[in-house]
Design a protein around this ligand. Structure first.
Ligand code: DLL
Length: 441
C-alpha cells in the first residue's frame, strides 16, 4: 500500500495534480453548495479564475462556525441519496458539526488510512488492535477501514474496558496498536498494576493521535511498551484520521496526503500566510472529496510545514507535531503556552505520572491557571501515603520552578495522590475551565 507514485512525486508534477483537483473541487462547491457560491460571488471569484495554486490564497476561508450555521447537511455537495456515511465532531457543547461521505469518499479515505498505517510500519498480515472509539467519532471506523484495506486482521475493540483490552493484546498478539496516546498510556499503566510487563507484548508499532501529545510522551510510550510510536493527524471536518502520518523510519514530522489535501499555515490574527518552518494555524483544502469538499478550512490547530524530502524517501510536504489548539492556548500575563509544552516539562520530572490537568479559572476579567499533577505510586508509598510529606512538597516546588524556567510562566501546582486525576478512554481533557475563582482544583 506504500504509494510511491503519490508519496514520492516530483514537486512540479504534484503541483499540476493539485491544480487540476483544486479546479474540480472549486467547481463542485460552486455548483452544489449555495454557501460557497455566495462567498465566491461576494469575492468576485469564479472557479475559472483559478489558474495557479497561488490563487488559492484569494479564496475565502471556511470556519467551524460556518459548519454550525449550516447544520446538519447544508454544506453537502452531493445529494442525500448518494451519502453512505456521516460522522460528527465531538464538540464540547451545542450541536455537533456533521460531515458526510459518498462511497467514493469512503474508498479514498480507506486508502489514505491504509497508506498511513503502512507509513507507520503496518503490513498486510499484521494484526491491528484498534482502541479508538467507534461511533460518530472518526477514529474507530477510520482506522478500521484503512486496516482492512491494507489487509490486516482488524480487532475493533474501541475505547474502554481496559482489562479486556489487555487480555486481547496478550491473546491475539497484535503488532500494531492505535488509540489516543493518553488512553494507550492508561492501558500500559493498568498492565503494570496487574503485575504484567507491558514491554513483553507482541506490539511493535503505535499509531497515536486525535489529541495533542509531546515528544516526551512519545519517549514514555516507547519505553513503557517497547514500541515505536508514530503521530497520526486528522479531523472530521477535513476527513478524519489519515490526513497526515509520521513515518516509522524518520519519526520526524507527519507526511501530508498532499494528493488529497492542500495545507497552508496562516497567522491567525492577520490571516496572512506564514513562511515554511514558522508556526501558525493549519488550513486545509480538500482536493478529491465529493460529499463534503472543504475550501481553506481553519482548523484552529497550531503547527508548521516543511517541504524538504524525508529520510524515508517520500517527497510529500510534512507538518510538525500539532502544538495545541488556539482555543487551548494559555495566555498568562502575556506569555503564550500550550498544555503540550507543560507536558514536556512534567514528563522529564521523576516521581510523577504523565496525567495532568491545567485548570483555567476566570476571575472577573482575568484568567488564572493552576496545574494539577499526580504523584507516582512508588513515591506515594515511599512517603507513607502522606501528601504533606517533605519529599512531595519539594517535588511540588521543583515542578513550579521548572515550568517557570522552561515555559516562562508561574502557576500554582497542586499535588494529587495516585489515580486521582481522571483518565480518559478517548481524548484526554488537559484544560478544564472554571467560572469562579473559589472553585477547588
Ligand atoms: O480526532 C480524527 C483522528 C482520529 C485523528 C484518530 C487521529 C487519530 P476530530 O474528533 O474531528 O477528529 O478532532 C480533530 O483533534 O483539530 C486536533 O485539534 C486534534 N488532533 C487530531 N489529531 C491530532 C494529533 C479526530 N495527532 C482535532 N496531534 C484536531 C494533535 C490532534 N492534535
Amino acid at each position: 500500500m506504500f504509494s510511491p507514485e503519490m508519496e514520492c512525486m516530483e514537486a512540479e508534477e504534484k503541483d499540476r495534480l493539485q491544480l487540476i483537483r483544486l479546479q474540480q473541487t472549486a467547481w463542485r462547491v460552486y455548483e452544489n453548495v449555495p454557501f460557497y457560491k455566495e462567498k465566491f460571488n461576494q469575492a468576485s471569484i469564479s472557479p475559472n479564475s483559478i489558474t495557479s495554486l497561488e490563487y488559492l490564497k484569494k479564496l475565502p476561508f471556511t470556519t467551524k462556525q460556518d459548519l454550525r450555521n449550516h447544520y446538519p447537511f447544508g454544506l453537502f455537495a452531493s445529494k442525500k441519496e448518494e451519502i453512505v456515511r456521516v460522522h460528527a465532531s465531538s464538540g464540547t457543547s451545542g450541536k455537533p458539526t456533521v460531515v458526510g461521505y459518498t462511497s467514493s469518499d469512503i474508498k479514498n479515505w480507506s486508502e489514505m488510512v491504509a497508506r498511513s498505517i503502512a507509513i507507520a510500519g503496518g503490513e498486510p498480515g499484521h494484526i491491528l488492535h484498534n482502541a479508538y472509539g467507534y461511533g460518530l467519532f472518526t477514529g474507530g471506523l477510520g482506522l478500521h477501514y484503512g486496516s482492512e484495506k491494507l489487509g490486516m486482521m482488524t480487532v475493533p475493540v474501541s475505547g474502554g474496558n481496559t482489562e479486556r483490552q489487555i487480555l486481547l493484546i496478550e491473546d491475539f498478539e497484535p503488532q500494531v496498536i492505535c488509540g489516543t496516546p493518553s488512553y494507550v498510556l492508561t492501558i500500559a499503566e493498568k498492565m503494570e498494576q496487574m503485575g504484567k510487563n507491558p514491554r513483553a507484548t507482541s506490539l511493535k508499532y503505535g499509531i497515536f493521535g486525535a489529541e495533542p501529545w509531546s515528544e516526551e510522551m512519545r519517549a514514555t510510550l516507547e519505553e513503557k511498551l517497547n514500541i515505536k510510536a508514530m503521530d497520526i493527524y486528522g479531523l472530521s471536518e477535513v476527513m478524519g484520521p489519515g490526513v497526515a502520518m509520521e513515518c516509522h523510519e524518520a519519526q520526524d514530522g507527519l507526511h501530508i496526503m498532499d494528493d488529497h489535501f492542500i495545507a497552508e499555515i496562516i497567522n491567525p490574527d492577520t490571516l496572512q500566510p506564514v513562511p515554511d518552518g514558522e508556526y501558525g494555524e493549519l488550513v486545509f483544502t480538500s482536493l478529491t472529496k465529493e460529499a463534503f469538499p472543504i475550501i481553506r478550512y481553519r482548523t484552529g490547530d497550531i503547527a508548521s510545514l516543511r517541504r524538504e524530502p524525508c529520510r524515508c524517501g517520500r517527497t510529500s510536504i510534512r507538518m510538525s507535531r500539532v502544538k495545541g489548539r488556539i482555543d487551548d492556548m494559555l495566555i498568562i500575563r502575556g506569555v503564550n503556552v500550550f498544555p503540550s509544552e507543560i507536558e514536556n516539562v512534567l514528563l522529564q520530572t521523576e516521581g510523577i505520572v504523565p496525567h495532568y490537568q491545567v485548570h483555567l479559572i476566570t476571575d472577573g476579567l482575568r484568567e488564572k491557571a493552576e496545574l494539577s499533577v499526580e504523584v507516582s505510586e512508588p513515591l506515594f508509598l515511599q512517603c507513607g501515603q502522606d501528601m504533606s510529606h517533605p519529599d512531595i512538597s519539594f517535588l511540588k516546588e521543583k515542578i513550579g520552578r521548572t515550568i517557570k524556567d522552561s515555559c516562562l510562566i508561574s502557576m500554582p501546582v497542586h499535588m494529587h495522590p495516585p489515580l486521582s486525576i481522571p483518565r480518559s478512554e478517548g481524548k484526554a481533557i488537559r484544560v478544564v475551565r472554571h467560572k469562579r475563582a473559589e472553585m477547588g482544583v
